[in-house]
Design a protein. Structure first.
Length: 173
């Protein structure tokens, strides 16, 4: 690989890292080509930027971004996954793929400029997607209105039940 190719890779990776929400670095030693292809296909469909890059190039690319905390730990054969659309998408992708393929071992997780351990992958993967977060927000905003409507509706409902009970009592007598 010549210098221009390396500069292009660093530039591309720096652009992605500057706009990404979170990053996951995993050791891919032992995965077959078919498994890597499957991982890349899944990444494309979930909005995750996935790349195998030499560690020195990766260190240069993430310098000055929120993921600079990963620099000292970038060692060995690693695949980098950046969440471009949702904060937890890269973590979900790697977590689900690692369930099926034991060779993929999570080494680093970074979110919000903080380096987290591999055991924090589950916590990041459990973040809701954008649609889920919006539906939770709407449900929270809607709950007081629903409760108010039920409370206001209860008064006439109770009156109707009371009148019906009196009517049934008079008919029985």
């Amino acid at each position: 690989m010549n210098l221009d190719d390396k500069k292009a890779i660093v530039s591309e990776l720096a652009t992605v890292a500057a706009s990404a929400h979170s990053a996951v670095a995993a050791e891919y030693r032992g995965l077959s080509v078919a498994q890597m292809t499957d991982l890349r296909r899944q990444a494309r469909t979930t909005g995750v930027y996935l790349r195998v890059v030499k560690n020195n190039l990766a260190k240069r690319a993430i310098e000055g971004t929120d993921f600079a905390c990963m620099q000292p730990e970038l060692q060995g054969p690693l695949i980098l996954a950046f969440s471009e659309e949702e904060p937890g998408s890269a973590a979900r992708l790697v977590k689900n793929f690692a369930k099926e393929n034991d060779q993929l071992k999570v080494r680093l997780v970074s979110f919000g400029g903080q380096l987290m351990g591999a055991n924090d992958l589950d916590r990041l993967a459990s973040l809701p997607t954008r649609d889920e977060a919006l539906s939770q927000l709407l449900a929270t905003m809607k709950a007081p209105l629903d409760k108010f409507a039920r409370t206001v509706n209860e008064v006439p409902g109770k009156l109707v039940r009371t009148v019906a009970a009196i009517r049934d009592q008079k008919q029985a007598a």
